[in-house]
Design a protein. Structure first.
Ligand SMILES: NC(=O)c1ccc[n+]([C@@H]2O[C@H](COP(=O)([O-])OP(=O)(O)OC[C@H]3O[C@@H](n4cnc5c(N)ncnc54)[C@H](O)[C@@H]3O)[C@@H](O)[C@H]2O)c1
Length: 322
């Protein structure tokens, strides 16, 4: 009997790539059917996954908002899932500064609805698993010389987005401790790759440079992020879901720390455009200085590590956007 897994938020960037590279892999689809739930917010586009839905009968799509606890409960009871991989979220830090409430509604209360529905199914299925996709941003910020975040680092979010993700991480942990729900949390660094909504740094810069528009770079552009190609992240999510120890958190990182300005200059070089397009703008309030991930736990326990270096990944990404 094939198991049925619920995927949330897979009309968005990371989830749509997960559908293509993991959920449609022959070894995976021989064992699992997947239901995809997405509210199709501004960041979710059905066209990202429509070709995959058309070609693959083991995939089904439901337009449902995870904030709607009644619909979520009905769906869980009707479809009787063996597990959940939860990508859905409001994900853009700038939006969370303008309108924090929806971040709490979707990221915290939406996650709570999924946890409550999962507890009910777990009562009759002890193999049930809930994987929550989280972010390095819950750890806050690092100085230039500090060691990378480990899973033991304190949770110290600085934006409404990261605070809402940290809150949902804590709820997931609490459901493991209180209800014994088998949970897993992945915390990953900055992703890049195809199908990302052009509000985030890399697709925004590519699309503006293509049109010879000014490229807005926050502050002095020296903030540091650890970049991971989206396929490496999704492989990590699947490895953690398949082999991770429940109740645990696993950091996933790209081994590729770069200053924002260097990312922008690389994109301009790839496109053959002038650095004169760069325009420094007022910094984002509370802008974290540096993120860096220590993923030695995932490497040691699960044999996972990123495979795609930034030069290769950014070439593929620029080509896709062109
Ligand atoms: N992008 C990154 O660099 C990164 C890094 C680490 C972790 N993450 C996490 O990975 C997950 C996916 O991120 P992404 O970059 O693909 O985000 P995204 O914004 O591209 O996609 C989010 C998806 O969730 C859906 N969604 C939003 N609110 C919903 C709701 N109330 N009900 C149902 N669906 C809803 C959207 O329609 C969209 O399809 C998020 O949980 C994010 O916190 C992202």
């Amino acid at each position: 009997m094939k198991k049925k897994i619920l995927l949330t938020g897979c009309a968005g960037f990371i989830g749509s790539n997960f559908v293509k590279t993991i959920a449609c892999r022959s070894d995976v689809k021989s064992l699992y059917d997947f239901d995809i739930v997405d509210a199709l917010t501004y960041a979710g586009r059905l066209e990202n996954i429509q070709p995959d839905l058309d070609k693959n009968p083991h995939l089904a799509f439901y337009k449902i908002d995870i904030r709607d606890d009644k619909k979520i409960n009905e769906l869980f009871l009707e479809r009787n899932y063996s597990g959940v991989i939860h990508f859905a979220a409001e994900s853009h830090v700038d939006n969370s500064i303008k309108n924090p409430n929806i971040f709490v509604e979707t990221n915290v209360l939406g996650t709570l609805n999924l946890l409550n529905a999962s507890v009910k199914l777990f009562k009759d299925n002890k193999d049930f698993k809930f994987l929550h996709v989280s972010t390095d941003e819950v750890y806050g910020t690092l100085h230039e010389e500090e060691p990378a975040f480990t899973e033991e680092h304190k949770i110290q979010p600085n934006s409404p987005y990261s605070a809402s993700k940290a809150s949902s991480d804590l709820l997931v942990r609490a459901y493991y401790e209180t209800f014994k729900l088998p949970t897993l949390i992945t915390r990953c660094s900055n992703n890049y790759g195809p199908y990302q909504f052009p509000e985030k740094l890399i697709p925004l810069m590519i699309s503006k440079a293509q049109k010879n528009e000014k490229l807005p770079v926050y502050g002095d552009g020296r903030n540091i992020r650890d970049w991971i190609y989206v396929d490496d992240h999704n492989e990590g999510v699947w490895v953690v879901f398949s082999k991770g120890k429940t109740g645990e958190v696993y950091n996933l990182g790209g081994n590729s720390e770069m200053r924002n300005i260097d990312v922008v200059k690389t994109i301009l070089r790839e496109l053959g455009k002038s650095e004169e397009l760069i325009s420094y703008v007022t910094d984002r309030p509370g802008h974290d200085w540096r993120y860096a991930m220590d993923f030695s736990k995932a490497k040691k326990e699960l044999g996972w590590e990123p495979k795609i270096d930034f030069r290769t990944g950014i070439k593929k990404t620029v080509e896709w956007y062109l």
